[in-house]
Design a protein. Structure first.
Length: 293
């Protein structure tokens, strides 16, 4: 059973709750990032994943922050869209992903859970409408103009994971197509108030979001689930960000796009059925629990 886990990007919005989720469930965790982990009680180290030698050292257990090398890696480290140029974001994301995947393969780490993105579903949908809603994992990954360097790195990351499984059939890659992440401690849910006045503000991702603690849950389940090969899962909240029913949202924003029969008024339009059935994922956090409307 997987017990020793390296979490990259551990100091970030998703990495921090993932570390605590694993610790609460009895895992031996090493938190890895370019900046120190904020909690000194958590075993951590600073590693530049752009450096293959340092990444190999990390995965090989040379740092000795664990009793032995890790059993699995949760790779959440990534350059974010809009923070650097497209070229820089693409370069650092692809290089770090290759270094982590390759180092894991060389030292015999069998499972990698990693951060893909909802952007490869075809967002922003103002520029390329979705084929239907709720949107699932079936359509081919694609990116429109917005955040192209970031989304392209995620598309190619999924291709890379499939290729590694061809080379190393005993490896498993669990790609999480993570939605727009909200952090309650950072006050992110306050933004939800202003969105209610104009539903078009959030049409770009079908009014989706996900709490960072639910992403942490998905990361842990990605370690535990009976999955083989390279699989991808949409990870979103169970609901939209809106108080307006889905039928009205879709009619106003995408009148020619099918809203599947039986979709609930406020049910997520980024379908999480696959994550529910395969990973056992069930979102626990709702934006309405954090603000009063």
């Amino acid at each position: 059973m997987v017990k020793r886990v390296v979490v990259t990007g551990a100091s970030g919005k998703v990495g921090r709750p993932t570390v605590y989720e694993l610790l609460e469930h009895g895992y031996d965790v090493l938190a890895v990032d370019r900046i120190p982990f904020p909690d000194p009680k958590v075993p951590s180290t600073i590693v530049d994943l752009d450096d293959f030698g340092a990444t190999w050292d990390l995965m090989n257990g040379v740092l000795r922050r664990m009793e032995s090398g890790p059993d699995a890696v949760i790779h959440m480290a990534a350059g974010l869209p809009g923070k650097q140029t497209n070229a820089y974001t693409f370069h650092t994301n692809m290089l770090a992903k290759y270094n982590v995947f390759e180092a894991c393969a060389r030292v015999g780490i069998k499972r990698v859970v990693w951060a893909s993105s909802e952007t490869i579903l075809g967002q922003p949908f103002e520029q390329g409408t979705p084929p239907y809603a709720p949107l699932d994992e079936i359509p081919l990954a694609r990116s429109e103009v917005f955040f192209s360097g970031y989304a392209l790195s995620k598309i190619l990351g999924e291709v890379m994971a499939r290729q590694y499984v061809q080379w190393y059939p005993d490896m498993t890659f669990v790609g999480l197509r993570i939605g727009n992440v909200r952090d309650a401690e950072a006050g992110d849910y306050e933004e939800h108030r202003q969105w209610q006045a104009d539903p078009m503000i959030r049409r770009w991702n079908l009014w989706g979001y996900v709490d960072n603690r639910d992403v942490a849950q998905a990361c842990r389940l990605g370690l535990e689930a009976d999955v083989i090969g390279a699989e991808v899962f949409i990870i979103a909240a169970a609901e939209t960000v809106m108080t307006t029913p889905n039928s009205e949202l879709m009619k106003a924003a995408y009148p020619d796009v099918e809203l599947k029969e039986g979709t609930g008024d406020f049910e997520t339009l980024l379908c999480i059925d696959k994550a529910r059935s395969v990973l056992g994922y069930e979102p626990k956090h709702k934006w309405r629990d954090h603000i009063e409307m």
